[in-house]
Design a protein around this ligand. Structure first.
Ligand code: COA
Length: 423
């Protein structure tokens, strides 16, 4: 490890300290070889004073046990009808699995307690069908969970709930994680899947999705994925709407999955975030040095026109910075010319280490939004990123009559042979 990496990691420590993370493990992950590594990741989080709550599913174990006993299940993941036989198999499988989780935690000297903090009522009749022993979560006994967390005891929540009469009900673990996170005002939910979150779409899906983008994605993907990806996406979106800042979907079979996801800006999985995470703000004097520094490479390679400190300072309010977790990762300028009714998108730059995460596209969109709010048409001038603008809906424009005169003159004389693009 490089010292730079360590610095990168340490920046998260104050941010995470005292926060609650709900980690929801798919049952298949609990059965996987990587399970002990996942628990080690949790131990690291706890040593940084993160309050971890562990939720686990058990669908795989329930299916396996049902097969062994030759029982036909009415449902295995707590989302459909739970008949009496299914409840019986589920209880046995979950109890056994829970005991395995406890064993592993004990071997890592992590104090843990299984809790009956999920209070539910029978789901009743849905679409004309009695859901049997399936529960709808009513509330979470946060006092009980807080008391465990206060004593540094890791609460473990299996996908079971109890109603007022003490009856056991089967609930879905994604829902348990969601309800628990909302009740505890958690900073994160981390859904740990047994594979990469693959949405089965032909086009690449951004790994960082604002809640509205995640909703669009959810609409686009068809029926449920094997690991319940669509359900997790649904709860991720709901969680963001309920004030949970970030929900991560990660492949638990990757080495250091949880740590790699949390201790880097981009992570390794897919993250759904509420709007506060990715921030665009107007540049300040304090950003000028950083902007000059980050653009140096692009200026040397003639991707960007050189700007002096003074040039930036004079039009500082035109410059916008994108921050991820408080770190500057890129910038864009929008130079308005209200007389000509246009605004130029310029100085678009994303730091090399952060390229390919959708920030460039996001900066263009934000600049367009600002221009549209001001009632101005946007254009851009480029030599080496023409196709980048084209993929964001810009087209080449030979006629330069719409440009402000000084801009037109400059383009004709600076010898860069730039291409003008309009929306
Ligand atoms: C151009 C730039 C802003 C893109 O930022 P980014 O955050 O990587 O962009 P996104 O993540 O939104 O998009 C990445 C995609 O754009 C493509 N792309 C990146 N730079 C490109 C370019 N110059 N021309 C065409 N496509 C480009 C990538 O190959 C990637 O394609 P993929 O999704 O098919 O893999 C960034 O590469 C940069 O700062 N470059 C140097 C400065 C520059 O050229 N600025 C533009 C001045 S007009």
């Amino acid at each position: 490890m490089k010292f730079g990496d360590l610095r990168g990691i340490l920046q998260y420590v104050p941010q995470f300290r005292g926060r609650t993370f709900v980690v929801a493990l798919d049952g298949a992950i609990v059965a996987s070889e990587n399970f002990s590594n996942i628990l080690l990741d949790l131990a690291v989080l706890r040593s940084l004073n993160v309050r971890v709550v562990l939720v686990h599913g058990a669908a795989q174990q329930i299916r396996e046990l049902a097969e062994k006993r030759d029982v036909e299940l009415s449902n295995s993941d707590g989302t459909g009808i739970t008949d009496e036989k299914t409840l019986e198999v589920s209880l046995d499988a979950i109890t056994r699995l829970n005991s395995g989780v406890m064993q592993n935690l004990t071997s890592l000297r992590i104090r843990a307690a299984t809790s009956n903090a999920i209070i539910a009522h029978p789901a009743g009749i849905v679409s004309g069908l009695d859901q049997g022993f399936t529960g709808t979560i009513e509330r979470i006994d946060t006092d009980a969970l807080e008391s465990f967390l206060g004593q540094e005891i890791l609460p473990v929540l299996p996908p079971l709930a109890y109603d007022a009469t003490g009856r056991t009900l089967r609930v879905n673990s994604d829902a348990v994680a969601f309800e628990t996170a909302v009740a505890l005002k958690a900073a994160k939910i981390i859904y740990v899947l047994p594979e990469e979150p693959d949405f089965g779409l032909p086009t690449q899906v951004s790994r960082q999705l604002a809640e509205n983008e995640a909703e669009e994605l959810r609409q686009r993907i068809g029926g449920d994925q094997p690991s319940g990806l669509r359900s997790k996406l649904k709860f991720a979106i709901r969680a963001c709407r309920e004030g949970i800042p970030r929900v991560h979907l990660i492949n638990g079979n990757r080495n250091d999955a949880i740590l790699a996801e949390l201790f880097s800006n981009e992570g390794i999985g897919t993250m759904v975030f509420s709007d506060s995470y990715r921030q665009i703000r107007t540049a300040t004097q304090a950003d000028v040095d950083e902007m000059l520094l980050m653009m140096r490479r692009a200026v040397e390679d003639e991707m960007l026109v050189e700007r002096s400190r003074e040039e930036i300072q004079v039009r500082l309010s035109d410059y916008h910075i994108i921050e991820i977790d408080g770190n500057v990762v890129g910038c864009v300028a929008l130079h308005p010319d209200p007389e000509a009714g246009v605004a130029e998108i310029a100085c678009l730059h994303v730091k090399k280490a952060h390229e390919g995460q959708g920030y460039g596209g996001f900066l263009i969109k934000e600049a367009e939004k600002l221009a549209s709010q001001a009632g101005l048409k946007v254009y851009a001038v480029s030599t080496q990123a023409v196709s980048f603008f084209e993929r964001h809906g810009f087209r080449r424009c030979e006629d330069r009559g719409f440009l402000p005169e000084d801009r037109r003159k400059k383009l004709a004389t600076n010898g860069r042979n730039s291409i003008v693009l309009v929306r």
